[in-house]
Design a protein around this ligand. Sequence first.
Ligand code: IPE
Ligand code: MG
Length: 162
Amino acid sequence: MNKLNHVAFIMDGNGRWGKKRNRGRNFGHLNGVQTVKKIVKSSIKLKIPILTFYVFSTENWKRPQSEINFLFKLIINYFNKELNNVISNGIKINIIGKTNKLPLKIRSNLKKVIKLTKTNKKIIVNLAINYGSKDEIVNAIEKIKRKKNINVKLLSNNLYTF
Ligand code: IPE
Ligand code: MG
């Protein structure tokens, strides 16, 4: 195992990258996916056990609907095309964030991806989609509020990552 246990990436600048090349923001998003792929591949080689990518924040709902749709479609298309590769490379996909607020199509796609990669052992890739840190805490409190002994371990076990 690598000394690095968990590396997180805040995805940023993809839209500007595409625009700078006169190909539009979505071109940047498209290429961003390839960068994520490269990072995962290298991290497996380096034996880093956990990665987190901040893919879509609670703030990103303010973007034009067309861009939001493109981003969700990008994720769905990626997994439709690459799920077999993800599985054969031992990648476990975990989603952190409020997924019940996402469109049904991406929710069911992600549900399938989580289920089919659940037992994979090479690397855990957390995708933060509609993620907010305070929301994560509220979500955990909702789950444990009726318990008698609320402690750090219980709270930790009920966060999106466990
Ligand atoms: C990161 O790139 C991808 C997402 C947040 C979805 P941005 O979309 O933030 O690109 P810039 O920062 O506007 O260029
Ligand atoms: Mg940005």
